[in-house]
Design a binder for this molecule. Structure first.
Ligand code: URA
Length: 221
């Protein structure tokens, strides 16, 4: 399969993405942070963009949000080494403030420019289940704004062979104050990861179109 300028494998596409200048964000980050994990993989998680740690290390979800994600994945019984983890945007968008670099939300235009790489990852990883972690990932995957509170935890058909599960971004959990509220929000996030995990072993097929959430909830195994 030739997918991009003759590239056949994820390693080749990753190599091409290293010199990406499809939008101006490459000027802000240290490096392209491409996805990682096996291909094929039944489950793909899509975050927003690399943060400070990810930008330095060149790997997705290795900073504070990554540690929160690791905790939730472990509780949901998902082995990170068996899944593919990536971001909607592959460069760290930030503004310097003193010695720190402050995260900036990517625009819809930046998300759409970077969709080129996400589409190639989807093509080569061929996940049956895709999890959108937060609104930027939802926007990237669906091509339109998504209301997380409304869409979360309800699997929807995403093409003929694939389910999409929308949930929160794990960094949200870092900002919740109060142990009780935090624990409750974490438990709900874990439950939504469990829903995604369960779908990886299910045999039911999506309808081949973007179903409404109530229909899809019925169709999901
Ligand atoms: N937040 C993300 O969305 N992705 C990362 O890789 C790290 C933090």
């Amino acid at each position: 399969m030739s997918v991009s300028g003759g590239a056949k494998t994820l390693a080749e596409v990753r190599g091409q993405a290293a010199s990406c200048s499809r939008c101006s964000l490459f000027r802000l980050g240290t490096q392209t942070v491409f996805g990682e994990g096996p291909a094929p993989a039944a489950l793909m998680l899509v975050g927003e963009q690399p943060g400070d740690q990810e930008d330095r290390q060149g790997r997705p979800f290795v900073g504070p949000a990554g540690r929160m994600l690791a905790k939730a994945l472990a509780a949901a019984g998902i082995d990170r080494s068996q899944i593919y983890v990536t971001n909607a945007v592959k460069h760290f968008k930030n503004v310097p403030r003193g010695k720190r670099r402050i995260h900036q939300k990517p625009t819809a235009g930046e998300i759409d420019s970077c969709k080129w790489w996400l589409d190639l990852e989807l093509k080569l990883v061929r996940p049956r289940i895709v999890v959108a972690l937060g609104a930027s990932a939802g926007r990237a995957l669906l091509g339109r704004p998504v209301k997380i509170a409304k869409a979360r935890g309800r699997p929807v058909a995403f093409g003929a062979e694939r389910w999409l599960v929308v949930t929160i971004h794990p960094s949200l959990l870092l900002r919740i104050e109060g142990a009780g509220k935090k624990a409750e929000a974490l438990e709900r996030f874990i439950e939504e990861l469990r829903i995604a995990k369960k779908l990886t072993s299910g045999r039911s097929r999506p309808l081949g179109r973007m179903a409404s959430s109530s229909t899809s909830a019925r169709n999901a195994p």
